[in-house]
Design a protein around this ligand. Structure first.
Ligand SMILES: [Mn+2]
Length: 184
């Protein structure tokens, strides 16, 4: 199963269109908040199912919960924006929240910094921001591939790679997909 992970799109539906094109076939999109309208756009404009949560910039919109749990391929994925758990300071609040929800994978955003790490048995994933990246790596999102009984695979996409040393950028491709192998 291929799960697209996006967050902090902040109204940039053009970036969502690019992400959908780059990602290819996706079974489910998870939007980790900021903004709800963008997740609604993704849901309306494309076929794949969308699950989304409210972010701190979605205040006042009570139609969408702040937390969701999604089950897929023998995994439980805890989805939340991250501001409630202080993700800008430390990932440990997310670890605890995931454990409390019986989840082995946690997806969040808020910091606009791409992140993937396994801590205390919980795979933590922040796909970065599709609109306003703060990690120097360009607008980003990820695809999580889950197959029952196998280790999760994560692909990190950048709409435009800003790192000058990157070869694919020099070759003029301007777009990059990077796979993390066996880190989990
Ligand atoms: Mn936020």
């Amino acid at each position: 199963m291929k799960i697209g992970l996006i967050s902090d799109t902040h109204g940039n539906t053009a970036a969502i269109d690019q992400a959908v094109e780059l990602a290819g076939e996706i079974d489910l999109w998870l939007h980790a908040g900021d903004m709800i309208h963008d997740a609604e756009y993704l849901d309306m404009a494309y076929d794949a199912k969308v699950v989304n949560v409210a972010g701190n910039c979605d205040w006042g919109n009570r139609s969408v919960p702040e937390e969701e749990v999604v089950e897929a391929e023998g995994h439980r994925i805890f989805l939340t924006h991250g501001h409630i758990y202080g993700v800008k300071g430390s990932p440990y609040g997310m670890v605890q929240a995931a454990e409390e929800n019986g989840a082995d994978i946690a997806v969040f955003g808020h910091s606009h910094v791409a992140f993937k790490e396994k801590i205390d048995g919980v795979l933590l994933i922040n796909p970065g921001s599709l609109a306003y990246p703060r990690d120097g790596g360009g607008q980003s999102f990820m695809v999580l591939e889950l197959h029952e009984g196998a280790e999760p695979e994560i692909y990190h996409y950048h709409l435009e790679d800003r790192r000058k040393e990157d070869k694919s950028a020099k070759e003029g491709k301007g777009k990059k997909r990077e796979k993390w192998f066996g880190l989990f």
